[in-house]
Design a protein around this ligand. Structure first.
Ligand code: NDP
Length: 290
């Protein structure tokens, strides 16, 4: 029985995710490094802003920080309640999940790597997909907390498996984003109307989240709203490529895509959305996708 839930890291994702918890649980504690955000969350959603040391006394502790390193540093700095389950929604590194699960086990604390997909809109609507690695029993006990924030809650394997699935998912997003930029630039060079092309492709076999959502809403609209930072996508493609190397597999497309996204991240304007990676291709092609 879950009595108390805490949420650590009220960023673009965490702020929206934590907003649903008071509808399902009596005690909802929130903590953020910039503490004013935690206080604002408490005012807006009826959560309770607390010190980090208090947040880690909850039955369920969610975290959603930029990197696994941030999570490991934070966990090293606190004493977590025995019997708690830590659900890390960061898009992290599989090895770090294995390390943390092993480290916390003797203290009777379960660590689940539980990254999410569905963008900030999915966080807002509680329709996220959770891909979860770790102990099955802990997964089952923690299920109601994740179900309060998501639609598909899927156990995918041992510790690290959730992070692995997320990294490959985001690599596939990157491959798609880049290839759609090349394809649509080619169509524009041939004088094709891009909206009409999009209509056809979205009723055909080449469609994807990128053609249905990202391109029309972010690229062709020239809005590039910053909801998922480009350096975070570069981090994810890096994690995915490390997995490829660990498996000693050839992966020419994934390797190239990682380099392209990394280059785009390094050359983009500060605070760019991931969709702005296509601007690097536009600077090569001299074709603006609008
Ligand atoms: P943001 O940059 O918006 O938020 C990051 C949060 O982490 C902030 O609350 C920030 O606190 C906190 N933080 C950063 N560094 C530290 C630290 N060293 N110690 C403690 N707190 C820290 O990121 P997102 O919410 O966009 O992303 C979070 C994770 O979720 C990432 O791993 C990302 O890849 C993943 N993700 C993001 C999606 C998206 O659409 N944005 C979709 C799915 C997954 P402060 O306010 O003080 O800076």
């Amino acid at each position: 029985m879950i009595q108390s839930v805490a949420f650590i890291g009220l960023g673009a994702m965490g702020y929206r995710m934590a907003a649903h918890l008071p509808k399902h649980f009596d005690t909802v504690l929130v903590w953020n490094r910039n503490f004013s955000k935690a206080k604002q969350h408490a005012t807006e959603y009826g959560t309770t802003a607390v010190e980090l040391s208090e947040a880690v006394q909850a039955d369920i502790i969610f975290s959603c920080l930029p990197t696994s390193q941030d999570v490991e540093t934070l966990i090293d700095s606190v004493e977590i309640k025995s019997g708690a389950i830590w659900i890390d929604c960061t898009s992290g590194v599989p090895e770090a999940a294995q390390r943390l699960a092993e480290k916390l086990k003797p203290q009777n604390i379960d660590f689940l790597d539980a990254p999410v997909s569905g963008q900030t809109i999915g966080a807002e609507n509680a329709t996220l997909t959770f891909m979860v690695g770790g102990d099955v029993n802990a997964f089952e006990r923690a299920y109601p907390a994740m179900a309060a924030l998501g639609k598909l809650i899927q156990h995918v394997g041992d510790s690290g498996a959730g992070f692995a699935v997320k990294a490959i998912n985001n690599m596939l997003l990157a491959v798609n984003l880049w290839s759609v930029a090349e394809g649509f630039s080619t169509l524009k060079a041939h004088g094709v109307n891009l909206d009409a092309a999009l209509n056809c492709i979205n009723a055909s076999s080449g469609k994807s989240l990128v053609t249905e959502n990202i391109f029309p809403q972010r690229v062709l609209s020239r809005e590039f709203p910053v909801t998922f930072a480009l350096p975070l996508l570069a981090k994810d493609t890096g994690i995915a490529l490390d997995l490829v190397h660990d498996a000693k597999l050839p992966a020419p497309i994934l390797s190239l895509t990682q380099s392209l996204i990394q280059a785009a991240s390094l050359t983009a304007e500060p605070n760019s959305d991931f969709s702005a990676a296509v601007k690097m291709y536009e600077s090569w092609s001299k074709i603006t996708l609008e």
